[in-house]
Write a protein that binds this ligand. Structure first.
Ligand code: ATP
Ligand code: MG
Length: 355
């Protein structure tokens, strides 16, 4: 292997380092062309140094080929104005990571709230716009004595990039035999001008992809269908706030936060991190579930492999995902949040054994 890829690693707070360590070990065993650099940031770092995202860490992240992040933030460490420390949100802004990618797959043998009709398999991706929408005025809402307002902002530029990314992903899934090539725009275009605008831009991009099926759904109906018949979805794309809510619903469908991976992707950079937080209530006890972190690392291999045209790296992403699914199916090596008795180390060892 010729080229080597620099991976910036944010170990973060709480269970962050506990789930990152086995993940980096698995990646290092799988591939010799990844060079990891651990970079300081987060609430713990802020408490020590007064900086939550040091300039040097941001510089390393910007220069890296990809970024792995576990979880950052602690309930009792806050900025002086009381806001939470979440450098992951700063990274999204700094690196313009507009597409939040949230795959939803139900692993064989994993108990979930749904008794799936006829053994239908659930495997879809939710894409959440991550830089504007109803989060645009985050922390700067207009608060008056008897009234408060927020801004819902949709721009043509970001929406065009978002939909281009979305249709590309649907094409890749179709080519890999993982989806029928169907993209659903999730909105509330019947009520809000901003969503009618969002839908128009979606339709314009859809017209460039006659080989893919494009349709629309209202967010309320989408929430219902995600529970009633989640197997109908392939790729969903939506606004920031709707995506925030639906991605937790997706995590619930899969069997819990401990199984939900994510990627925040822009034109040049990408951050891969589990959907869950730093879980301070179980930190330091060796019982955190590492699977969401490992599945996020598999998404990193998918993305790097595609970007650099390395089919073997994409195959390693599939192998890693499959190894996690095998571990889940065995049931003997899953952690307490999934109904098992294994610790972090045993769960990660089962993945390594399956590889
Ligand atoms: P954030 O605000 O960062 O999203 P949160 O307040 O939503 O954080 P989490 O840190 O995600 O909370 O934790 C929510 C619950 O899920 C906690 O009880 C935590 O212990 C549990 N949890 C989260 N991640 C894991 C994991 N990887 N393994 C086991 N339990 C987890
Ligand atoms: Mg949360």
């Amino acid at each position: 292997m010729s080229k080597s890829f620099a991976v910036a690693v944010f170990e973060g707070d709480g269970i962050g380092p506990e789930i990152m360590k086995p993940t980096v070990d698995l990646l290092a065993n799988l591939r010799s062309d990844l060079a990891f650099e651990i970079v300081p940031a987060g609430a713990g770092h802020y408490a020590q140094s007064g900086e939550s995202l040091p300039v040097a860490s941001l510089t390393t992240a910007r220069a890296a080929d990809a970024i792995l992040l576990s979880a950052m933030g602690l309930p009792d460490v806050r900025y002086p104005d009381g806001t939470e420390i979440s450098p992951q949100i700063e990274l999204r802004k700094e690196l313009d990571l507009f597409a939040g990618v949230r795959p939803v797959r139900i692993a064989t043998g994993q108990p979930t709230p749904l008794a799936l009709a006829g053994g239908q398999s659930v495997d879809f991706v939710l894409i959440r716009e991550s830089t504007e929408g109803l989060f645009y005025s985050q922390g700067k809402g207009d608060r008056r004595e008897n009234e408060a307002r927020e801004t819902l902002r949709i721009t043509r530029e970001t929406s065009e990039k978002l939909f281009r990314f979305t249709f590309d992903l649907a094409n890749q899934r179709k080519a890999a035999g993982r989806g029928p090539g169907r993209v659903t725009c999730v909105d509330k275009a019947n009520v809000f001008a901003a969503f009618a605008f969002f839908r128009e831009i979606f339709d314009a991009e859809a017209a460039r992809h006659p080989d893919l099926v494009a349709d629309h759904a209202y967010v309320d109906a989408t929430a219902l269908w995600m529970v009633e018949k989640p197997w109908v979805f392939d790729v969903l794309v939506t606004e920031n706030m709707f995506g925030d809510i639906l991605s937790d619903l997706g995590a619930g469908l899969m069997g819990g936060l401990g199984l939900a991976p994510s990627a925040d992707i822009g034109e040049a950079h990408a951050v891969f991190q589990p959907c869950h937080g730093s879980a301070p209530d179980i930190a330091g006890q060796g019982k955190a579930n590492p699977f969401a972190m490992i599945l996020s690392a598999a998404m990193m291999l998918d993305w790097l492999g595609l970007k650099h045209d390395l089919p073997d790296m994409r195959a390693d992403g599939d192998r890693l995902r499959q190894a996690v699914e095998n571990a889940i199916e065995q049931r003997t090596c899953v952690t307490a949040d999934l109904g098992g008795t294994a610790g972090t180390a045993e769960a990660a060892a089962a993945v390594a054994a399956s590889l």
